[in-house]
Design a protein around this ligand. Structure first.
Ligand code: FAD
Length: 285
């Protein structure tokens, strides 16, 4: 099923979970129990990241196929294009199609931390969107990434929004946002998107804060700002990791409830492969 149909047919927000493939040194089956637990929480779709932790790219296709064929849930396979050849992307599209995976989150990806950047056929995610549409017309429903605080490389928020509009116009059917901790940022981002004629569903990406190390890594990676309320919370539980874990889940629940109240099209939970966290959150909703 195309995820665009899920958005069209569901009353109320669409709930989705994001997982990442296990590292190379672990058998691929180590993720299957996690998926089983997540699926029992009845998400509308499950997304699988691409290339997380390096060298796991081929696992995305296999795991997405497993979600579809074992659990009958629509999987969303992430796919990055930076440094990739057209042939390599075509091979992945064929592999996904052969497993019945019909939804792709088309991404640019990031340059490798070490080593040279290989020139590929694609410069931006929009080039990948156009390529998929041209090479496999009608075969895939395509999602794109969006940044409520602007992408870290963009010279300005306005510039990033115009680039987002161009990407959407290539044939993106829904957007998933980068994680954010301040709902106001999401709401004003959504207003601007709508004013530019971006009228597709926009799903809000939520990552519960579970420990101090995780939050500082996330902030340095994606530039998400920390609102005062969350900063106070992190300070209050500085020497109490269990307290921070609990407070982080509470914060995420409050954030999600606020977004639902504001009519968010969807909530995309960055589960970090922790079904227990997803269960706690879904139980409250
Ligand atoms: P783009 O949309 O191409 O944008 C990248 C930058 O280029 C932006 O600054 C944009 O403003 C600019 N730009 C776009 N078009 C133009 C243009 N025509 N002219 C000039 N500038 C332009 N990474 C992974 O490696 N694997 C994953 O599985 C993964 N999953 C993700 C899931 C979500 C929901 C999100 C939000 C991000 C994910 N990422 C993932 C990270 C993503 O790859 C990076 O954020 C990357 O830096 C940008 O990808 P993009 O698709 O948003 O790029």
């Amino acid at each position: 099923m195309f995820i665009s149909e899920v958005f069209r047919s569901k009353q109320g927000p669409v709930f989705s979970f994001e997982i990442f493939p296990p590292k190379r040194e672990y058998p691929i089956e180590t993720i299957y129990n996690t998926i089983e637990e997540l699926v029992t929480l009845n998400p509308d779709f499950v997304s699988v990241t691409y290339g997380a932790a390096g060298g796991t790219k081929d696992r995305t296709v296999e795991i997405a196929g497993f979600i579809k064929n074992k659990w009958g849930k629509p999987p969303l396979a992430h796919l990055t294009c930076m440094g990739a050849s057209e042939e390599a992307v075509l091979k992945i599209l064929d592999d996904l199609a052969s497993l019945g995976v019909k939804n792709i989150l088309a991404l640019r990806g990031d340059p490798p931390k070490e080593g040279p950047i290989h020139e590929g056929a694609f410069k931006y995610a929009r080039d990948l969107v156009r390529f998929i549409k041209e090479e496999k017309p009608g075969a895939f429903c395509i999602g794109g990434a969006a940044y409520p605080e602007g992408h870290v490389e963009a010279p300005s928020m306005a510039c990033d929004m115009l680039n987002l509009k161009k990407k959407v116009d290539e044939g993106v059917s829904f957007l998933i946002t980068q994680l954010f901790f301040d709902n106001e940022l999401f709401l004003s981002f959504r207003d601007v998107a709508r004013s530019l004629g971006i009228n597709i569903p926009i799903t809000a990406g939520i990552m519960p804060v579970l420990n101090a190390k995780q939050i500082s890594r996330m902030v340095s990676l994606c530039g998400a700002s920390i609102p005062t309320a969350l900063a106070h919370l992190i300070a209050r539980y500085e020497r109490d990791p269990e307290g921070l874990y609990e407070a982080g889940i509470e914060y995420a629940i409050k954030q999600i409830k606020g977004l639902i109240k504001e009519g968010a099209d969807g909530i995309h939970l960055y589960t970090m492969n922790k079904p227990e966290v997803a269960r706690r959150i879904m139980a409250e909703l």
